[in-house]
Design a protein around this ligand. Structure first.
Ligand code: SAH
Length: 382
């Protein structure tokens, strides 16, 4: 806590003075009585207090929320001016923006909001009013993560919070491309904004290739790649609605590259391709989070090793593997070791050509390293 990490676990709370309700403001005081920090209370949650300030004179009130939201939004405007030609990005990234429990994603004229803690759920109104003033959206839709809400003993939070209901499909712009995105029924909040910059990096290696996009979702990587004139693209995702959206996105952007889509399990499909001796020049592996808790790290690394090993075997010599892990619990070091293990077993020489991370609208606060979750390696496989 002295290092300004924003969480206080339940085991660290020795005593509560007076009645404290769900989401209430609490002051955290050391055993010797010294004032430490101020945050919001989450009764029954493993993370009992989310800290907002270490300055005794700073009130945790609506004005603080508004100041922090304003700062986060202003920082994104600078980013947009830099290179994010588009109208979709993460405006507020929870702890990393000094707003534990709050995520705000902008999709065109609509906002998708996640209120993940008792503190934020209790403050929906001032948050909405700040967003309406600062961003002027047409509508604000709540799409809180049901697992996170459950850990906070909160009911699922989903539905219109303010303004106009977003259409089932919102069209967002990302650089020169357009994507159908569903705030209501898409995965997470609709689109994987954290990969925005990385999609451009993949496009840089796609010209003239046979590309395989594993865990494609709505086609983020392959639509960027298609702009570099690959010969052929195969996309795999286990979700039929995701593949439908991918098909619609190909049409929306008038993509002429031939694209095969498979609704299938990547682990099985890669084995089938190996059996069929299929080969590719560029493979993207962007799996979902494999490790959700400390106890799952080992199983997660086995999963990463499995798909990366087979992907290396499917690459022609000199081919490119772009591989990601979005499990925060799997560190960059550990991920690299797993890829090393896969290379040894595949008997291939592998060079790291680029290291990738989450896009800059997902900043990492130094006092909250947990926010640093996405890592990627662009590898040349000989
Ligand atoms: N690359 C995507 C995001 C991937 S998110 C983009 O750029 O937008 C992870 C995707 O993996 C989801 O679409 C999910 O449906 C899919 N998925 C999860 N488990 C899978 C499996 N075993 N086989 C194939 N797809 C899977």
């Amino acid at each position: 806590m002295l290092q300004h990490h924003p969480w206080v676990f339940s085991g660290a709370v020795a005593q509560v003075q007076g009645y404290v309700g769900r989401g209430d403001v609490v002051d955290v005081v050391a055993a010797d009585g010294e004032w430490l920090a101020r945050g919001t209370w989450s009764s029954g949650s493993q993370i009992r207090v989310r800290l907002f300030t270490w300055d005794r004179d700073e009130a945790l009130d609506e004005a603080l929320l508004r100041r922090r939201i304003e700062r986060a939004v202003a920082a994104r405007q600078l980013l947009q001016a830099d290179d994010r030609d588009g109208d979709a990005m993460r405006l507020v990234f929870a702890e990393s923006d000094g707003l534990p429990g709050l995520i705000v994603d902008k999709y065109g004229e609509f906002l998708s909001v996640q209120l993940q803690t008792q503190g934020m759920a209790a403050r929906a109104e001032p948050i909405i009013s700040a967003l309406v003033d600062l961003v002027k959206p047409r509508g604000i839709y709540e799409r809180s993560d049901p697992d996170m809400r459950e850990k906070e003993s909160l009911p699922p939070g989903e539905g219109l919070l303010w303004g106009e209901m977003p259409p089932e499909q919102v069209i967002i712009r990302q650089h020169a491309l357009k994507f159908y995105t569903s705030l209501q029924s898409g995965q997470k909040t609709g689109f994987f904004l954290d990969q925005a910059r990385n999609r451009r990096r993949v496009a840089a290696y796609a010209a003239g290739t046979e590309m395989l996009d594993c865990f494609s979702y709505s086609g983020g990587f392959l639509l960027y790649a298609a702009q570099s004139q690959p010969d052929h693209i195969t996309a795999i995702d286990s979700s039929a609605p995701a593949i439908d959206m991918l098909r619609a996105n190909l049409e929306l952007n008038g993509v002429s590259t031939s694209v095969d889509t498979e609704v299938a399990d990547v682990f099985q499909k890669l084995r089938q391709y190996r059996f069929e001796k299929r080969q590719f020049d560029l493979i993207v592996l962007d799996p979902p989070k494999f490790a959700h808790a400390g106890g799952q790290i080992e199983r997660a690394t086995r999963g990463y090793k499995d798909i990366n090993l087979i992907a290396m075997q499917l690459l022609r010599p000199g081919g490119m593997l772009v591989t990601f892990s979005c499990s925060g619990l799997v560190s960059t070091d550990l991920f690299q070791k797993v890829i090393f293990g896969a290379a040894v077993d595949a008997r291939r020489d592998v060079q790291i050509v680029e290291r990738l991370t989450q896009s800059p609208d997902h900043p990492v606060l130094l006092t909250f390293p947990e926010g640093d979750y996405l890592k990627g390696l662009v590898c040349r496989v000989w």
